[in-house]
Design a protein around this ligand. Structure first.
Ligand code: CAA
Length: 262
């Protein structure tokens, strides 16, 4: 039997619910090995397909969201192995196929691949205990799951260089000031806050939410004018949905909208 390297739960009682995924290698500080990333990828794709799910939350333990890729697993890898097995890309980038919003609820260490996994999520909510860093340089490598690209986009070049080159950790307050996380909450409120954010999204029109996510992600690819044009086309396309009629009619009638997600 395969060990459950992730645990999943459903939350909320509306027509669209929240899927909570908990990384589950607490003794190894949720070090991310191949089997865990396979299980995470399968769960993400299954929840993305499930029409009763509106939003996905990924969390870890109180001590660690994830302390990075599993060093004991990769210590003896050689170049041909990592190249031929497409190490990292093969199962880490499954996250990028998910069209529904994914919220990272981070407590404790989010280091190396753990920080990169959090940065692949759409919204990053941190507990006051969270610590972020890209310490790969200390073990003779560099970030390999997008850290050198996503971190500068989130916090700017100077701070990204500081973190990547010195391997120092940044606490939650600094991460919020730098723009890496959207909000910092007391550790005991972390899951409640993340689930409440998910619940708020679940109540909205699914097509609008998925397309809004796609448009914001476009801001990190290509030019500003291409991004604005993409947004304009998506904006126009939403006038073809029943949810646009319902949302606007409900506003004018001063009643809550009943979105059919179509
Ligand atoms: N891989 C494998 N095992 C890890 C791990 C990792 N990334 N991080 C922690 N662990 C294990 C430790 O080996 C230890 O195992 P044992 O109990 O069997 O000895 C257990 O988790 C607890 O860790 P510590 O005893 O070290 O706990 P600590 O509180 O003293 O320190 C820490 C915590 C500062 C996070 C420290 O564990 C640490 O520095 N971890 C490594 C962080 C790191 O370098 N991450 C980058 C990995 S490379 C990467 O991620 C590449 C990429 O870009 C995808």
């Amino acid at each position: 039997m395969t060990d459950a390297l992730i645990l999943t739960e459903m939350h909320g009682d509306g027509p669209r619910r929240t899927a909570l995924i908990k990384l589950n290698r607490p003794k190894q500080l949720n070090a991310l090995n191949d089997a865990l990333m396979d299980q995470l990828g399968e769960a993400l794709l299954a929840f993305d397909r499930d029409e009763s799910v509106g939003c996905i939350v990924i969390t870890g333990s109180d001590k660690a969201f994830a302390a990075g890729a599993d060093i004991s697993a990769m210590a003896r890898f050689d170049y041909m192995h990592v190249h031929q097995s497409d190490f990292i890309t093969r199962n880490w980038e499954t996250m990028l196929q998910v069209r529904k919003p994914v919220i990272a609820a981070v407590a404790g260490f989010a280091l190396g691949g753990g920080c990169e996994l959090a940065m692949m999520c759409d919204v990053l909510i941190a507990a006051e205990t969270a610590k972020f860093g890209q310490p790969e340089i200390k073990i003779g490598i560099i970030p390999g799951a997008g850290g050198t690209q996503r971190l500068p986009r989130a916090v700017g070049k100077s701070k990204a260089m500081d973190l990547v080159l010195t391997a120092r950790m940044m606490d939650a307050a600094e991460a919020e000031r730098a723009g890496l996380v959207s909000r910092v909450v007391p550790a005991e409120r972390l899951l409640d806050e993340a689930l409440a954010a998910a619940e708020a999204i679940n109540a909205l029109s699914g097509p609008s939410v998925a397309l809004a996510k796609e448009c914001v992600n476009r801001a990190f690819e290509g030019t500003l004018s291409d991004g604005v044009m993409f947004e304009r086309r998506v904006f126009h396309s939403l006038f073809a949905t029943a949810d646009q009629k319902e949302g606007m009619d409900a506003f004018l009638a001063k009643r809550p909208p009943q979105f059919g997600h179509s």
